[in-house]
Design a protein around this ligand. Structure first.
Ligand code: HPA
Length: 284
């Protein structure tokens, strides 16, 4: 069986999915979209759900194949904000196209989402970071894009945004300020730094990691950047938080495993939840 995966979704494809979500969620209108990273899915249980939709039941929706990613859309309220939570993103390394990786954000935009909060599990390239830390993403290094993989490749959806979108403020400065304030008030240590996205699924070699460090990277992962590009193209404001799941192995002395990433999620989830609750409550 040869399954060709779509490289492009037209507006009507996206709107068909948005309509399928509306069928389940009625006139509930999410303002904030949340994408939960590896091991962080438990956050979705905290929402007062209006609708829980297995993503496999939505047309064209790419289904996550990774342990630790449930594959559910939860629409409801979190800290009294109307939210739409994607529990179980998909990644390029699973064999999906960049268009598929970006599709959930497109659907969020069509449902009215104005702010996207992206989370991920990431390896610490900055030697001061330790597993369990939270990192506010201040910028990203789009290595996967520099290698030619961009979710905006193909005809531009002019209705949603420009052909050549600006990325100089990919992570919204006001949302960053808000996250810093909430972290201070709630005594949560919030690191800050640059996130680099690689295709994966193999982890980095020590030489890869030394290269990333020289390039100014603080944390490395296999997601987030494509979703942020789609968000910014459509004018959605972005807040990005990495949960540091492991120390990246710059000197080759330790090995990194997916189990380690999921374990760290258990420590990170309560802190991340406290931070996100605070941010959601404080949104003007
Ligand atoms: N490298 C890449 N992706 C990751 C890592 C890592 O060390 N940890 C969690 N996701």
């Amino acid at each position: 069986m040869l399954l060709r995966k779509p490289d492009f979704f037209a507006l009507q494809d996206i709107d068909a999915i948005a309509a399928a979500v509306r069928e389940r969620a009625g006139d509930f209108r999410p303002r904030v979209g949340l994408i939960l990273g590896s091991g962080l899915g438990a956050l979705a249980d905290e929402a007062e759900a209006v609708a829980v939709i297995p993503t496999a039941e939505l047309p064209d929706w790419p289904v996550s194949t990774v342990p630790g990613h449930a594959g559910r859309l939860v629409l409801g309220r979190l800290a009294s904000q109307p939210v739409m939570i994607l529990q179980g993103r998909v990644h390029y390394y699973e064999g999906y196209t960049m268009a598929q990786v970006g599709l959930p954000v497109r659907v969020m935009q069509r449902l009215g989402v104005e702010i996207l909060i992206v989370t991920n599990a990431a390896g610490a390239v900055n030697p001061e970071f330790v597993p369990g830390d939270l990192m506010l993403i201040t910028d990203h290094l789009n290595l996967i894009g520099m290698a030619g993989l961009n979710p905006l490749r193909g005809p531009n959806l002019d209705e949603l945004g420009p052909r050549f979108p600006d990325m100089s403020r990919a992570y919204d400065p006001d949302l960053q300020t808000l996250a810093r304030q909430v972290a201070r008030q709630r005594n949560i240590l919030l690191r800050e730094g640059v996130y680099a996205s690689l295709a994966g699924p193999s982890f980095e070699t020590p030489a890869d990691l030394r290269f990333l460090r020289v390039a100014g990277v603080d944390a490395v992962g296999m997601s987030t950047v494509p979703e942020v590009i789609v968000a910014r193209h459509g004018g959605t404001r972005v807040l990005g938080i990495s949960g540091i799941s492991n120390k990246a192995n710059l000197d080759g002395s330790t090995i990194t495993t997916h189990e380690e990433v999921l374990e760290a999620g258990k420590v990170i989830t309560p802190k991340l939840l406290a931070l996100l609750r605070g941010v959601l409550q404080a949104l003007p």
